[in-house]
Design a protein around this ligand. Sequence first.
Ligand SMILES: Cc1cc2nc3c(=O)[nH]c(=O)nc-3n(C[C@H](O)[C@H](O)[C@H](O)COP(=O)(O)OP(=O)(O)OC[C@H]3O[C@@H](n4cnc5c(N)ncnc54)[C@H](O)[C@@H]3O)c2cc1C
Length: 494
Amino acid sequence: MEPSQLKSNKQVIHKNPWFLGILLCIFVVSVLASIPIEKRKYGLSQSNLTTDYTGLLPERIKKIVKAGDRSEIQEMVKEANEMGYHISIAGLQHSQGGHTYYKDNVVLDMKTFNKVLEIDKQNQTIKVESGASWEEVQEAIQPYGLALKVTQSQSIFTIGGSLSVNAHGRDIRFGPMAGTVREMTILTPTGEIKTVTRNDSEEWMKYVFGGYGLFGVILDVTLELTENDVYTIHTEELKTNEYEDYFANLIRNDDTSMHYARVSVAPNSFLDEMYVIDYIKTGKVDHKTPLKKERGARIGKLALDIGRQGGSLEDLFWENQKLLIKSLDGDEVTRNNAMRGNSAFMEFTKPGRVEVLQEFFIPVEHYEEYMSDLKRILPPNDKNDDFKIHNITVRYAAKDDYTYLNYAKEDMFGLVILIQHGLKEKEIHNAKTIIQEWTDLTLKHGGGYYLPYYHYQSKEQFRKSYPSWEMFQEEKLIRDPNGVFQNIFYDYYF
Ligand SMILES: Cc1cc2nc3c(=O)[nH]c(=O)nc-3n(C[C@H](O)[C@H](O)[C@H](O)COP(=O)(O)OP(=O)(O)OC[C@H]3O[C@@H](n4cnc5c(N)ncnc54)[C@H](O)[C@@H]3O)c2cc1C
């Protein structure tokens, strides 16, 4: 090419904004496409070690039995009573403290036990087998204009797994998840199949819900549903010390059905700033809007990875999150879609490190003092620390009278925390020390912590958080005299 021709081509490139725009787009798309969204490697495996979501507790098991029909499961439970082996029950294994397996014993894999048995549009109920995921339930009920009353922020869990931890989410009106079950069929530890309700004198539901698979197999449940309402999203930025008043006002206002908040973990506004997201009734019900599919996983992961660096990059991440949330203000969303948060962007697969969840519950009226005390034990900037906090969301968990091992002894805020730390012994020890200090502070404020996650807490902290543990254990010995149902979680705490 002649030098003069080269020069004129360069001028074309410089002067043509379209050309530059296209180049930029190609660059951005190729950067985004190269962000790996790897799936964590965890789950059941007979020949190798079995783990759950964090992979922190690898263990070899004897065998996995896929749940077939209910009489086969019943036979297995009877056999375990006679032959003296243990069974652990697994849903999708998002619990993180070895709740779904036990060394050298049998795992009952419930994922295949997932049929929708009946939908009653008039009475707004669904009867479904317990291995179904919330996603599968939503697919079945959406065409009827129906939605779940209570579920988690994501729909990637099984019904049996969620009820066994008595999960909670964004809904602020329908109380604990356990309260949305009208009836259920269980297989007891001695091998009987029973249909039970909340008013049964034997109180099976109170032990099975929040019972971590230790009181029998949930076979099917009849869930109460509600309308697939359409909501307007309202978002607002707040100071942490304004939140209690904001929430008190919100809970008095019947129009807000769902709500959650996020607290800053960025150095410049650490635990001082928050934003809230409310879902306000429009009076419309939806039958048509399709269930949303997971989108934007790569860009979400890129943003989260920037935040994961800590320091000023975390400040940048927080400012961007606020802009993103503000852009949602005034949007409309269906109840079903508000209950289907994205999850793929959270995948974290860095060798030598782990990302875990912890959740602390704090009585609603202690929130402000608690947050201010928390600033004394956590560094605002964890850029150079091994133990890093990436995210804190706040949920409302209404007082729970439905389960014995309950975390919401009164109306609570749940702080859901995403933490990353290294896997060397001293790094795990350091994480444990910080989380135990955090747990002590929470207990001092009349709160407690959530049990589906990894057990950094001591046995003593468990007993203080769950004062009814003794009764739970006594009842376990009575209802499961041969210890048929067992898992690492039970072994550690009891
Ligand atoms: C990314 C992420 C987000 C989360 N978000 C939330 C949230 O918003 N709110 C919340 O409350 N929790 C949340 N959790 C915790 C989650 O709800 C629990 O871990 C839940 O148990 C997951 O369901 P699962 O199907 O994976 O259950 P699993 O982990 O497979 O099992 C959990 C427990 O249930 C028992 N179990 C499973 N199936 C049955 C059955 N059919 N009968 C009897 N027992 C059974 C198991 O033995 C085990 O003890 C989250 C977890 C992760 C990893």
